[in-house]
Ligand binder design. Structure first.
Ligand SMILES: [Zn+2]
Length: 116
């Protein structure tokens, strides 16, 4: 099934109201109560969002079976938005470098490594 096949995707917003999702969300937040992205920056923040690591984009199988992560509201609307629009996060780690290995600065670094 191609990504252009409209029958492959649908609006799944109603599933967020289902008892099954509420159970999944509760389990995720109990197992991982802290925001994953904040933890990578050394910040302890309670997670409130159960987020699909890979956006399901209307795919029912990805919705139910896709990997989940716990995020705070701030990270969900900032870092996740960056990932979905730019393809990488822009937040900076302790060392002053972006945390996301997909950040373009690492592409530049890899391209300009001298041949050994
Ligand atoms: Zn966070």
């Amino acid at each position: 099934m191609s990504v252009h096949d409209k029958s492959a995707t649908q609006n799944l917003d109603h599933l967020y109201d289902s008892a099954r999702w509420h159970r999944l969300r509760k389990h995720q937040l109990q197992e991982h109560p802290l925001c994953k992205f904040c933890m990578e920056r050394g910040i302890v923040t309670a997670a409130t969002i159960c987020d699909h690591v890979e956006p399901h984009r209307g795919d029912v199988n990805k919705f139910w079976l896709g990997e989940l992560q716990s995020l705070c509201q701030h990270c969900h609307v900032t870092a996740k938005y960056d990932i979905e629009t730019r393809g990488y996060r822009r937040d900076i780690g302790f060392d002053g470098w972006p945390l996301d290995p997909r950040h373009p600065c690492y592409l530049w670094e890899n391209k300009n490594k001298p041949d050994v």
